[in-house]
Design a protein around this ligand. Structure first.
Ligand code: IPM
Ligand code: MN
Length: 368
């Protein structure tokens, strides 16, 4: 199979985790005789460093012409105190999501047996957690009208949703729920927000008319934030708006133990982008200590999107094997602490030779 993949390493640890992800993808190409073309592009602070826009036009065009986008991370503290908000690295990603019409962000949260103790939550709470967050990605507070006065006395962000914005992401979530436990939890703030009430009405109507076989549970965001860490197994598919989804997914990473393990996929009409949930982690940049597993699993989600199921499963299996063998980067507090690049090598080897070879990894660690 031939695919064109736009690769946007971005800032901080982004470039490092992307290098490891490309190793793994090349191993997949070789094993299954695929031909992936990687189009390397600038974005975020890395683009700004070159005097470019955080989303340079060439990057946008490359993404529009690609079969999928693989994204590293964004954000650089050196641009934090820029007062013109149009010049923040993060705007590169936000505009890209908007321009590509990536309205649904899917974040799988799965706990790993070997890592239960990594979570600060009690082990019995984090066992067998397997839930999906469907986050609306191109609306709400993120994209509403932004205003501030010249004197810096007030500012406002509008939260706007149209029925159609809600329907399209809700449909995807319901379709997925049908393949799982047939249960959706809609998270909103309908007791206070007009947009929350709209979400509730639209989603309830959709459930009654089109998905009567799927159970719909309604939960306020404050309750959901509590329930998610009080009893995470009660959830299967969570559907929510942009900002609540952003917050809940970082919170959910506590269940898994490290945000460095969580991938995500963003989908629009004929478009998709895959990225780790974690940010650019600038303190770790260039130190070869970042966890590449979120990015590698995001590549796995991309393969599933290409309908390359066996290939995607192989990545999932390789990641799981590395974890079960007690290997991990710093954030996973593992028995065997390995670097970002050694982890990439290990997964690459497991793809090429599924039994793996810890001896070879050890040798490479000594060489490093
Ligand atoms: C995420 C990130 C982004 C977001 C930032 C980097 C703009 O936190 O993907 O969750 O808030 O959506
Ligand atoms: Mn976030």
């Amino acid at each position: 199979m031939n695919k064109r993949i736009a690769v946007l390493p971005g800032d901080g640890i982004g470039p490092e985790v992307i290098v490891e992800t490309l190793k793994v993808l090349r191993a997949i190409e070789k094993k299954f005789d695929h031909q992936f073309t990687y189009i390397m592009c600038e974005i975020g602070g890395a683009a700004m460093d070159l005097g470019l826009d955080p989303l340079p036009p060439e990057t946008l065009i490359a993404c529009q012409n690609a079969d999928a986008v693989l994204f590293g991370a964004i954000g650089d503290p050196k641009y934090d105190d820029v007062t013109t908000t149009s010049l923040r690295p993060e705007h590169g990603l936000l505009r890209l999501r908007k321009e590509l019409g990536l309205y649904a962000n899917v974040r799988p949260i799965r706990s790993h047996r070997k890592l239960y103790a990594l979570s600060p939550l009690k082990e019995e709470l984090v066992q067998h957690v397997n839930l999906l967050i469907y986050r609306e990605l191109t609306g709400g507070l993120y994209f509403g009208k932004k205003q501030k006065d010249e004197a810096g006395l007030w500012a406002s962000d509008e939260c706007y949703y149209h029925k159609d914005d809600i329907l399209r992401v809700a449909r995807l979530a319901f379709d997925e729920a049908r393949l799982r436990k047939k249960k959706i939890t809609l998270v909103d703030k309908a007791n206070v927000l007009e947009t929350g009430r709209l979400w509730r009405t639209v989603v309830q109507e959709l459930q009654q008319h089109t998905y009567p076989d799927v159970e719909l549970e309604l939960m306020y965001i404050d309750t959901a934030a509590m329930q998610l860490i009080l009893h995470p197994r009660q959830f299967d598919v969570i559907l929510t708006e942009n900002m609540f989804g952003d917050i809940l997914s970082d919170e959910a990473s506590v269940i898994v133990g490290s945000i460095g393990l969580l991938p995500s996929g963003s989908f629009g009409v004929g478009r998709a982008l895959f990225e780790p949930i974690h940010g650019s982690y600038p303190q770790a940049a260039g130190r070869n200590v970042a966890n590449p597993l979120a990015s590698i699993q995001a590549a796995g989600m991309m393969l599933d999107y290409f309908q390359l199921m066996e290939e995607g499963d192989l990545i999932t299996a390789a990641v799981e094997q590395a974890i079960q063998e007690g290997l991990g980067t710093m954030d996973m507090a593992p028995k065997q602490n390995i670097s970002c690049s050694v982890m990439g090598d290990y997964i690459e080897d497991l793809i090429a030779e599924p039994r793996g070879n810890w001896g070879a990894v050890k040798k490479r660690m000594n060489e490093n």
